[in-house]
Write a protein that binds this ligand. Sequence first.
Ligand SMILES: NC(=O)c1ccc[n+]([C@@H]2O[C@H](COP(=O)([O-])OP(=O)(O)OC[C@H]3O[C@@H](n4cnc5c(N)ncnc54)[C@H](OP(=O)(O)O)[C@@H]3O)[C@@H](O)[C@H]2O)c1
Length: 301
Amino acid sequence: MTLSATEIDDRLMLGCWRLHERTPQQITVLLQSALESGIRQFDHADIYGGGESERRFAQSLRTLGCPRESIIIQSKCGIRDGHYDSSAGHILASVDGILDRLGTDYLDTLLLHRPDALMEPAEVAEAFSRLQAAGKVRRFGVSNFRPMQIELLQSALEQPLCVNQVQFGLAHTGPIDAALQANTGFDGGIDRDGSVIDFCRMNGLRVQAWSPLQFGMFAGNFLGHPDFAELNHALNTLAQIYGCSAGAIAIAWILRHPAGMQVLLGSTDPQRLKQLSAAATIRLPREHWYALYRSAGNRLP
Ligand SMILES: NC(=O)c1ccc[n+]([C@@H]2O[C@H](COP(=O)([O-])OP(=O)(O)OC[C@H]3O[C@@H](n4cnc5c(N)ncnc54)[C@H](OP(=O)(O)O)[C@@H]3O)[C@@H](O)[C@H]2O)c1
């Protein structure tokens, strides 16, 4: 099944975490490849490369002559050295730093990077309202938040939270395991995330899937990894059927979920990025979707 260009634009984002590992020239080619693949949304954080990813991204956009209004730029703040900080002062100062490094007047979206146990919702609300009134940030969201934490923050905000960015992919299925394996004694039936994906669907927050090809907490990429032999076999078999790369099938698996998630592609390789972008044109039928879920080591009751 083929999807429209608008859907392709909307559902794939380029994750810019690893950009600082590349030269400005390489980043320019990567961004050109992203734009040619229909990717118009870019995810940053103030801590990526200590700010260097944002700086190099801005430099490459200038080289490409890409108009600011033609793309969506998102960034995050709140992680500091050894602690989290959602104080108003830190959020305001972080956004000024982000805008300066990105060479732009505004962010389309600002996310709080991780939940802060010391978060004061009223303080975050004050910061968000000041940023919006100043035209510095258009929309707000969170990352790695559980439903109750979202409700707590939302209760103080003037603006609706519109995004929750969480880790999700074939080697990190926790956010859906508990629902699929409900009412069993299986380990997968343990609810670690509070049905976060269902909660986001019900409350109008877009789920963004980070590290879609990684396993563990930054433990590595599962594509071609010997610990994921069955999964790779299933991916390679479907890749032949659909005429794309195994990575594109793994991304298509995330896109097939009815939450309508956005996927953050983290590759810094222009060719790979193009191959992965083919995922947006593939709609997996149920039997292929569940076969992949099971081949990743999950049990269905
Ligand atoms: N909110 C959060 O807490 C959080 C945490 C982590 C990440 N993120 C966001 O999520 C984005 C994506 O994360 P990620 O970089 O871990 O994503 P990913 O797409 O899962 O992994 C990309 C990494 O895998 C490598 N890779 C190796 N073989 C590959 C293959 N066959 N196909 C594709 N990639 C392959 C890539 O190398 P090459 O570059 O050589 O292709 C790159 O280093 C980040 O950029 C960031 O924006 C958010």
